[in-house]
Design a protein around this ligand. Structure first.
Ligand code: ZN
Ligand code: ZN
Length: 153
């Protein structure tokens, strides 16, 4: 597999327990879409306390759409993570490969933490004492918001 940005061969390796293919020239990584939540969870545990609930995540410069999937040559979708314009990611509809440019995963980790804290805050202020808002509903709300990051739009 080759880097969609630099056209050099990607190096296979492990990152936080997930298998990734990495470009040593630009720092981009190719992962499976299914690995993303695990990666974000593990990465966020290290910096969770350092990210403020209202942290302003700077926009990551978008190097443009990746047209062809490095793994299967399928068509890639280019869209904003969590429906924001902060991070534009590329995902293959056919094999589920996700291309993340160098700064994108770090920014997504911060967004993941901030949204997580927002839900915890909401739960505390608006739903305190409510039987309806059980731990289960809470976890569904968090994972629902997380999945929004993958709505294609
Ligand atoms: Zn590269
Ligand atoms: Zn693909």
């Amino acid at each position: 597999m080759r880097c969609p940005r630099c056209n050099v061969a990607l190096t296979d390796g492990m990152y936080e327990g997930e298998s990734v293919s990495h470009c040593s020239t630009c720092g981009g990584v190719l992962i499976n879409r299914r690995s993303l939540s695990t990666l974000l969870r593990r990465l966020s545990s290290d910096i969770y306390d350092k990210i403020d609930i209202n942290a302003v995540i700077p926009q990551v410069p978008d190097p443009g759409k990746v047209h062809e999937c490095p793994a299967c040559n399928g068509l890639m979708d280019h869209y904003g993570y969590m429906e924001s314009n902060k991070v534009q990611i590329d995902c293959c509809d056919e094999c589920g490969a996700l291309w993340l440019d160098a700064l994108e995963l770090a920014a997504m980790t911060k967004m993941y933490i901030a949204s997580n804290k927002h839900f915890k805050h909401l739960r505390k202020t608006e739903y305190e004492g409510s039987d309806l808002f059980s731990g289960y509903a809470y976890s569904m709300a968090v994972s629902g918001a997380f999945l929004l990051g993958f709505s294609i739009g």
